[in-house]
Every structure is written in structure tokens, then in C-alpha cells.
Design a binder for this molecule. Structure first.
Ligand code: PAF
Length: 279
């Protein structure tokens, strides 16, 4: 595993591999790695010849400066974890390397960005698009791996690839959960013990809601989820939506065609957690 902090040194290595006809797989991350990230890296290892992982806490995608300041940074542990799987190159640039001049590009994702995360975190997806397009330009991967936990992000990135007509293939990877069901997230590291204890209620509630959906109305299922979450005063739901998996719009009836996904954002104290489940 080699560590690069500059674009030019990373590109020299990748160019040599590409000249040998090797397929480059890319896993962009913001560090604070966990088993979920490792599963993306492992998946990259099975379908690509060279695995590149980037670790870059992208300031442009934080709409809250406290959230950016508190975002966990655990570089040493991250490198240790990456050494347990097949990772060829780690790209660890600083902000000036990625943004030598401020990135003022404005992307538009239409209806995909006006709901859920896009609604509650204004500017977030524009920042994600800025960094992901920049990283794609630098790495020029054949395949890039993203987790389904960030379900809306995945849809936005697929749309970005279409808009920019990039050749990269986006690979969606399943959510990895703690034994108690909590979706793995870098932010879990920030949960105080009492919040960590109640956080699995989020997934349990999604599972119950899915069972209920066989016999209950859409409204009742939504009400059930919000009521369940508010049963502990340690959790506050920001939204719960059941959406169509391609256009991300709230469904109006169970009879609508297509795959339906229950998406939730919950505050556990100051820490915001998201999760989703296919219904
Ligand atoms: O999902 C993340 O960790 C980030 O949004 C990403 C895709 C690495 C861009 O900073």
C-alpha cells in the first residue's frame, strides 16, 4: 500500500498501471473508516486490478461549520484498517491540492436534490458533486464504489456521471450494520454512550415499518415510524419518507410501480444519522 498526497505522484503510479492494461477501482472516503468502508474496498479488490482509496474531508459539502470541525479524523487508524484489505494506493491530499482555487461550480440535480438530505442540508450535494467530479478527474477510475447508506448521494452521483458523460461505472454496495442493526457510519464514533445505546431503534423501526406496510396505509406507516422514534427523548426524527428509488419522490400509494425505499434522518443528540431500507 502506497500513500500519495499529491495529484501528480498519484497520477504517475496510475498511468503506469493503466499502461499495463490494469483496471482501476476507486473508493472515495472522508476517512474515519469502518467495516462499511472496508467492504467497499474489498468489493473494489474483487472487480478491479488496482484499488485506490481517497481520504479527504471535503469542506465544501458541510453546510454546518461545527459538523466540519467535529468530523472524526483518524488517519493512523484508517491506514491500519486499510492494511488489512487489498488497497494499492491511498490518496490523502490537503484542501489546496483538491481546490487550488475555490470551486464555484453549480450543479443541478433537479428533483433529486430538493428532497430529504438536499432539503435539510442546503448546498450539500453541490459540494459532493464538486469533490467527486474533481476526484474522478484526478483518478479517472474505471469503477467507483459507493455505499447504499447514502442512498440519495448514490442517485446524485449516478446523475452527475450522466451529466458529465464520464466513463466511470458506479457500483452500489450494500449497507453494513453493527450486530445490533445500527448502520455503520463514521459519525457513530461521535455518539455518546447513552445515544449509542438507543440508536439501533432506528433500524428496528424501519424493519417494523416494512412489516406493517403489508397491512397498513402509507400514512399509518409514516406515523408509526415518527411515533416510535419519539418514544425515546434521546432521538429526534428530522424526516421519514418512503420514496421511489429512481426519482426519490415520496410515493402517494403502495400501488405505485417501482421499488420503494424508506429513508430516515434522526438526530441522536447533536449527531445526525441516516438510514434506509427497501420496502
Ligand atoms: O460518502 C462520503 O463519504 C462522501 O460524501 C464522499 C463521497 C467521499 C465525498 O466527499
Amino acid at each position: 500500500m502506497k500513500l500519495y498526497t499529491t495529484i501528480s505522484s498519484l497520477q504517475v503510479a496510475i498511468k503506469t498501471d493503466r499502461a499495463k492494461g490494469l483496471k482501476v477501482g476507486f473508493v472515495p472516503t472522508m476517512g474515519a473508516l469502518h467495516e462499511g468502508h472496508l467492504s467497499l474496498v474489498e468489493q473494489a479488490g474483487t472487480s478491479s486490478d488496482i484499488v485506490v482509496v481517497s481520504i479527504f474531508v471535503n469542506p465544501n459539502q458541510f453546510n454546518d461549520s461545527n459538523d466540519l470541525a467535529n468530523y472524526p479524523r483518524t488517519m493512523e487508524e484508517d491506514l491500519k484498517l486499510l492494511s488489512t484489505v487489498r488497497c494499492d494506493y491511498v490518496f490523502y491530499p490537503d484542501v489546496e491540492e483538491i481546490y487550488p482555487v475555490p470551486d464555484t461550480r453549480q450543479f443541478s440535480f433537479g428533483i433529486l436534490e430538493n428532497v430529504m438530505e438536499g432539503k435539510f442540508r442546503p448546498g450539500h450535494f453541490n459540494g459532493v458533486a464538486q469533490v467527486v467530479s474533481r476526484l474522478f478527474e484526478i483518478v479517472d477510475p474505471d469503477l467507483a464504489y459507493f455505499g447504499r447508506k447514502d442512498f440519495q448521494q448514490l442517485a446524485v452521483i449516478k446523475n452527475l456521471v450522466l451529466q458529465l458523460q464520464l466513463r466511470v461505472e458506479i457500483v452500489a454496495c450494500d449497507i453494513v450494520r453493527e450486530p445490533d442493526g445500527l448502520a455503520m457510519s463514521s459519525r457513530n464514533k461521535l455518539l455518546l454512550p447513552e445515544y449509542r445505546e438507543v440508536a439501533p431503534l432506528i433500524y428496528r423501526t424501519l424493519m417494523q415499518a416494512k412489516s406493517l406496510s403489508a397491512t397498513s396505509s402509507l400514512e399509518n406507516v409514516k406515523e408509526y415510524v415518527l411515533d416510535e422514534i419519539s418514544r425515546t427523548n434521546l432521538l429526534t426524527a428530522e424526516y421519514f419518507e418512503i420514496v421511489d428509488d429512481t426519482n426519490l419522490q415520496s410515493i402517494k400509494s403502495w400501488n405505485e410501480p417501482g421499488i420503494k425505499v424508506g429513508c430516515i434522518a434522526v438526530f441522536a443528540g447533536k449527531i445526525r444519522l441516516i438510514d434506509n431500507l427497501i420496502f
